[in-house]
Structure formats: C-alpha cells, structure tokens
Design a binder for this molecule. Sequence first.
Ligand code: PAF
Length: 283
Amino acid sequence: MKLVTTVSQVRQQVRAWHDEGLTVALVPTMGWFHEGHLSLMRTAGHQADRVVVSLFVNPIQFGEGEDLDSYPRDLERDSEMAKTVGVDVLYSPTVDEMYPAGFQSMVRVRDLSMGLCGGSRPGHFDGVCTVVCKLFNQVEPDKAFFGEKDYQQLAIIRRMVIDLDMDVEVIGCPIVREESGLAMSSRNVHLRDEDQDASLSLMRGIDHGRKRVAAAGGSIDAAELVGEIEKQIETTPGCRVDYVRIVDCDSLVDVKTADKNSRLILAVKVADRVRLIDNGSLV
Ligand code: PAF
C-alpha cells in the first residue's frame, strides 16, 4: 500500500491505472478506522480493480464547539488496518493541501441539507459536499463507497452527483454494528463503560419501530410512533433526543404513515458528550 499526501500524487497514480484500463474505487473517510470502514474497503475491492482510501478530518464540516479537536486521529494505526484489507493507496492530504490559501468555494445541496443532522449542525453538509466534490475531482474514481449509517449524507451526495453531472457511481453500504447492536462509529471511542445502555437506545428505538409496524400489519401512524420512540429514549438515563423522525427513504421528507418506504432516522446525545446517529428501515 502506498501512502500519498498530495493532489498531484493521487491524481497521477489514478490516471496511470485508468491508462491501463483499470477501474478505481474511492472510499472517503475521516480515519480512526473500525470494522465499518474496513467493510467499505473490502466491498470497494470486490467492485473495482484498485482502491483508494482518503483519510482527511475535514475542518469545514465541523461547527463551532463541535469535536474537531478531539476527533480521534492515528495515521500509523489506520495505515496498518487499511493494509490488511488490500487498499492500494491511502491518500492523506494536509489541511493546507486540501484548502490552500485563498480557498473560498462551497458546494451546497439545498433542501436535503436543511433538516435532520443539517438542522442540528448548520453548514455541516456544505462542508461534506465541498470536500467530497474536491475528492472526486482530485481522485477521479469510477465508484465511491459510503456507509448507510450516515443516511442523510448518502442521500445528499447522491443528489450532488446527479445535479452536478459528476461521472462517479455512488454506492451505499449497509451499517455495520457491534454485537450489542450499536452502529460502529469513530465517535464510539468517546463512550465510557457506563454509557453502554444509553448508547443502545438508538437501536432499541429502531427495534421498537419495527415491532410496532409488524404488529400493525405493515403500516402505522408515523407521528404516534415517533412519540413512543422519543419517550423511550428520553426516559433512558443519560440520553437526550436530538431528533427522531420517520421520513420517505428517498426524499427524506417526513411521512404521515410509517411503512416499507420509510426510514426511521435518529440522533441522540449520550451523557451530554457524544452525539450518536443511527437509522433503519421499518419493515
Ligand atoms: O462520513 C465521513 O466520514 C465524512 O463525512 C466524509 C464523507 C469522509 C467527508 O469528510
């Protein structure tokens, strides 16, 4: 595996592969790899001839007071892990390489970025879209792989690719969970042993939703179900609901009836320190 840090290095390598007729996958990440990242890398390796993983903690997608400074970072650890799943290039640019002096352009996917995590984290998705757009331009991949844990992010990136005629196939991959049911996330490193029960409140909410929809024969009033899940989470010690919503799985607009076309999406602050997100279908 090669470690590269500049736009010209990664571009030159990918162009050489394309000249040989090889297909190239990109897995964009912010590092501190876990099994969720590794599964994206493995899937990318099955679906393309070469795999580039970008590792960049993108400052412009963090708001004031968010966890940019405490976001876990360890390039050596991540390099070793990426090697084990056959990654060809780890692309880890510096902030100055990504955003040189004078940088001032932003990419915004308007409506899809407004609610859910975009409501709690204003400007977050503009930062995500801008860096992903830049990564696509720098790496020029044939395919790009994203986890479904960040369901809204995936929908926004798909929209951006369509709207801006980007020549890359976006592939969403299923959420990878700990045995306990907790969705894997780099931020889980901030959870303490005593946060375990609170951190499982998201998965319990999804399970409750699925059971209620099944018991009701496949569809149920969405507002009623949201209320039940909010109550269940709020009464779990150490949990504060950021949002619980049932939305259309494509448009992410709130639905009146929860059924096979809807997605339960939720964000919970655990112990007032760690903000966790999760989502799932209800059927
Ligand atoms: O999902 C992430 O890790 C980030 O939002 C991404 C897509 C790598 C952009 O910084």
